[in-house]
Design a protein around this ligand. Structure first.
Ligand code: AN7
Length: 379
């Protein structure tokens, strides 16, 4: 019988992940099938997410006297950590017979949902806040043919709407209030433990809805339970000052920050995150927009990792806590940088003083260029 998809011949799936001896990373649902709720019958929708680099950040180690690693989640298929959760959420949606998925998003979740829905043959609808999503992220959702609905409101309004629609209509919610998302995202902690041989002492990451904060804590806890690590890290989450409900101890009505990905005033994983903080002796801190942009520049210029502004808050948080003198000397630290710099590249084109960064214009003249580069005269 002819199959719907060219990828399958008869009932026997063929392709790279089935080829004998293939060393291609197979995506988190296949790599960690033993630790996730998937079976042989599960219709896995994967774009090869996960397996992201853990990069030793020598410059940050020198600045802090710690051993610092950066988990570069911008290396996922759609350029953010959301893909780890989305492969699980869209796979389970499909397994349960859903045909349409919906999410609210500050941009990365919608890009990821649209891509995985496209690959899985589902329809996607995404609710995004008016004018507060980067062009890179918006272009992804449009490219992958999502129904992109721009709401006159902020992210929190969008999430209320998405929940309401999923409650009352045949449409499957893939925001992180769906536990499948957290389950997929916990695999990042598995990878860290695998590479370091144990969990780090501290884990720093940006916090919006706090789904990822919750997911890492769950992942580390499970690794400890199965004996892969004898400790779990203290979880240090950072929010933008204008959008810091965990720091304020209450929801923020009109969150504001240039870090649009984490412009969230009413975090969906409030209770779970507070439990993770308590269990890990964790911490929530805040960084203002200027601090976020300074860390963005530092990471680009000294570690060679280009991230979107929200992701740089991990670095800013590390420097702030290090300067406060509260981190144990020599400790191992992992910073998750959650999204790729190409998502929102405009920030790289600004100098520290806010002026536009321009390339130096030169004529077609090597002697002139050598002079501009300070190379002296030719030998
Ligand atoms: C780059 O896409 O909420 O604390 O709708 O895009 O798990 O919410 C994005 C969040 C950090 C915060 N870094 O993660 C969305 C969305 C980046 C992000 C976060 C987001 P959570």
């Amino acid at each position: 019988m002819a199959s719907k998809r060219g990828f399958f011949r008869g009932s026997k799936p063929v392709g790279p992940r089935h080829a004998r001896g293939s060393r291609q990373w197979r995506g988190v649902l296949h790599e960690y099938a033993d630790r996730l709720d998937v079976s042989k019958a599960t219709p896995v929708v994967t774009l090869g997410e996960g397996g992201t680099p853990l990069i030793e950040a020598h410059s940050l180690s020198e600045m802090t006297g710690l051993r610092v690693f950066v988990k570069f989640e911008g290396m996922n298929p759609t350029g953010s950590f959301k893909d780890r959760g989305m492969t699980m959420a869209v796979t389970k949606a499909k397994e349960r017979g859903a045909q349409v998925v919906i999410c609210a998003s500050t941009g990365n979740t919608s890009a990821s949902a649209a891509a995985y829905a496209a690959y899985g043959g589902l329809t996607s609808a995404v609710l995004v806040p008016d004018g507060k999503i980067s062009m890179g992220k918006l272009s992804q959702a449009i490219a992958h043919n999502a129904h992109v609905l721009q709401v006159k409101g902020n992210f929190d309004d969008c999430l209320d709407l998405a929940r309401d629609l999923a409650d009352n209509y045949p449409i499957h919610l893939v925001n992180s209030v769906n536990n499948d998302r957290i389950e997929g995202q916990k695999t990042a902690a598995f990878e860290v433990v695998e590479v370091l041989g144990q969990a780090p002492d501290y884990h720093f990451l940006p916090v919006g809805n706090a789904g990822n904060y919750t997911a890492y804590h769950r992942g580390y806890s499970e690794e400890a339970r199965r004996g892969a690590t004898n400790r779990i890290p203290r979880m240090f989450g950072f929010q933008a000052s204008g959008s810091a409900p965990f720091v304020r101890g209450e929801r923020v009505k009109n969150p504001d920050t240039i870090a649009t990905a984490i412009r969230i005033g009413n975090p969906a994983s409030w209770d779970l995150a507070l439990a993770a903080q308590a269990d890990s002796n964790g911490y929530f801190g805040e960084i203002d927009d200027a601090g976020i942009l300074a860390a963005h520049r530092l990471l680009s210029q000294t570690v060679g990792v280009f991230v979107e502004p929200s992701s740089a808050i991990s670095v800013a948080g590390l420097l702030e806590r290090s300067e406060a003198g509260v981190l144990d000397k020599g400790a191992t630290v992992v910073l998750t940088v959650t999204g790729h710099g190409l998502k929102d590249p405009a920030w790289a084109l600004k100098n520290a003083d806010g002026s536009d960064a321009q390339p130096t214009k030169v004529p077609i003249d090597s002697a002139h260029i050598a002079q501009v580069l300070g190379l002296g005269s030719s030998s």
